[in-house]
Design a protein around this ligand. Structure first.
Ligand SMILES: [Zn+2]
Length: 255
C-alpha cells in the first residue's frame, strides 16, 4: 500500500517527536512536533475540496457555457425514472453517483440510466455517513468492492468515486488507484438535503453557475417531499435560462 506524502510526513513527525522525547528534549517541543502536521491531515480528510490524501477534481476545463450535473444517492425507483424523463426534456446529460446496495436492488434502473445516455459512478456500497473516514481497511475495501460488484452485475464499470458528504479516508488514495477510480468533488453544493423548497435550492445554485462547474444535487427519500425531483427540475430550468448546457466532461478535462 502506498501512503500519500502527507501521511508519511505526519508519521515521520511522530517518530521524530518520540526520538526527541527519548533523547531528553523539552516535552513541549516533543508534543509540538508530534501534533504539528495533524491540522493538515484533518483538513485533507474533512474538507471535501482539500487535496493531500487523493487528487479531488472540483471543476472541469471548458470555454463553453457548460456544467456537469452530478446526482447523488440513487438509484431510486420513484425519482430516477422521473429524472431521466426530465433530463431528456432538457437534452441534458448527467452522472449518477449511486449507492451500491441500492444499485443491487434496482439493476434495471442502472441499465436504464446508461441506455438513456447518462453515466453511472460510485458512491460507496452502504453510504456510511459520518463513519466512512474512520472505517478500517477491510471495511473501506468492502465499501468499494461490493458496490463495484453490484454495478458490474448491471454492466457498469465506474470511473468516478465520490465519498459520502465528501469526507475522505486516510487510505483513500491507494484504495481508489488500485481500483482505477478517480475522486470527484464539486464546485457548487446545492444544499438540497437541507432545503425547505426547490426555490431555495435554485437561489443557491444559479449565482454560482459558471463554465466548468460541477453541480452536486441529490435524489431519493432523504430529501424533503417538496424538494425531490423538483429542485433538479428548477436547476435544469435555470441552466437553460442562463444558456448553460449540462454535459458529461471527458476525463482529460477534469481539474
Ligand atoms: Zn451521498
Amino acid at each position: 500500500m502506498k501512503l500519500p506524502p502527507l501521511l508519511v510526513v505526519a508519521l515521520a513527525a511522530k517518530i521524530v517527536a518520540l526520538a526527541l522525547w527519548l533523547a531528553g528534549a523539552k516535552p513541549s517541543l516533543a508534543v509540538a512536533c508530534f501534533v504539528a502536521p495533524d491540522p493538515l491531515v484533518l483538513w485533507a480528510l474533512f474538507v471535501p475540496s482539500a487535496q493531500g490524501l487523493v487528487r479531488v477534481f472540483t471543476h472541469f476545463a471548458t470555454d463553453r457555457r457548460e456544467v456537469w450535473l452530478t446526482i447523488d444517492d440513487g438509484p431510486d425507483p420513484e425519482d430516477t425514472p422521473r429524472l431521466l424523463d426530465l433530463l431528456d426534456r432538457h437534452g441534458a446529460r448527467a452522472t449518477f453517483f449511486v449507492i451500491g446496495e441500492r444499485a443491487a436492488r434496482h439493476p434495471e434502473i442502472i441499465r436504464e440510466i446508461v441506455r438513456r445516455g447518462h453515466e453511472v459512478a460510485h458512491h460507496t456500497h452502504t453510504h456510511p455517513l459520518g463513519t466512512f473516514w474512520c472505517a478500517g481497511p477491510r471495511r473501506l475495501a468492502a465499501e468499494l468492492d461490493r458496490a463495484l460488484t453490484a454495478l458490474g452485475e448491471a454492466g457498469v464499470k465506474p470511473r468516478w468515486f465520490r465519498p459520502p458528504t465528501g469526507i475522505k479516508h486516510l487510505l483513500i488514495g491507494s484504495a481508489l488507484a488500485s481500483r482505477d477510480l478517480k475522486c470527484v468533488g464539486w464546485t457548487v453544493r446545492s444544499g438540497d438535503s437541507r432545503a425547505g423548497s426547490a426555490e431555495e435550492v435554485v437561489r443557491r445554485v444559479a449565482p454560482q453557475l459558471r463554465p466548468g462547474a460541477i453541480v452536486l444535487v441529490h435524489e431519493g427519500p432523504r430529501l424533503g417531499a417538496v424538494v425531490r425531483v423538483q429542485a433538479i427540475a428548477r436547476v435544469l430550468e435555470s441552466c437553460a435560462h442562463r444558456g448553460f448546457a449540462c454535459v458529461i466532461p471527458r476525463a482529460d478535462q477534469l481539474r
